[in-house]
Design a protein around this ligand. Structure first.
Ligand code: ADP
Length: 164
């Protein structure tokens, strides 16, 4: 059956930082499922459908990566996929406390599931979806931070917002 890992996140939108983690996970595990989780505390810019489409497009060159949406507890989704591994990216400082907490909670919920942290690459260690959304809102260049198709969608999203 091979090893399978789940890469969870909100991906609103997917950035080069996310893609770097997904690619590196895909080199280590036989199969990677990118799980788009709806976070009840966040009002997303992109709909779930839009995020599914964008992630599908930008991971289409990775044969062992698939994309799905997920609801509820992450450990339940991991189990439902027959997986035992969660892979998360860890940026310096900002991610540590929250990810440590979530990792501990998930271990309590299911000790069979292991959380793996991949250190963010140097060039993306400052990058987040929220910074990208903010830059897009000001019409700044996005090419360094997101794939071209995502940059296009961001420009279109903010152009349609301005018309409202
Ligand atoms: P964000 O914090 O950008 O909104 P998500 O909630 O979608 O991102 O995060 C999903 C996962 O991707 C988390 O494990 C997060 O730490 C990781 N991640 C996000 N951006 C980066 C980055 N630039 N480098 C490494 N990992 C990242």
């Amino acid at each position: 059956m091979g090893t399978k890992a789940i890469c969870p996140g909100s991906f609103d939108p997917v950035t080069h930082g996310h893609l770097d983690i997904i690619r590196r996970a895909a080199r280590t595990f036989d199969h990677v499922v990118v799980a788009i989780l709806s976070n009840p505390r966040k009002q997303p810019l992109f709909t779930l459908q839009e995020r599914l489409e964008m992630l599908g497009e930008v991971t289409s060159d990775l044969p062992n990566v698939s994309v799905q949406s997920a609801e509820g507890l992450l450990v339940d989704f991991v189990r439902s996929q027959g997986a035992h591994a969660i892979v998360k990216g860890l940026r310096p400082i900002q991610d540590f406390e929250y990810e440590w907490q979530m990792g501990m909670v998930n271990r309590d919920l299911d000790p069979e599931i292991e959380t793996y942290f991949l250190m963010s690459s140097k060039e993306y260690s400052y990058l987040s979806s929220s910074i990208v959304r903010e830059l897009a809102g000001y019409g700044a260049s996005l090419d360094e931070h997101v794939p071209p198709r995502v940059a296009e969608r961001l420009r279109a999203k903010f152009a349609s917002k301005q018309k409202l």
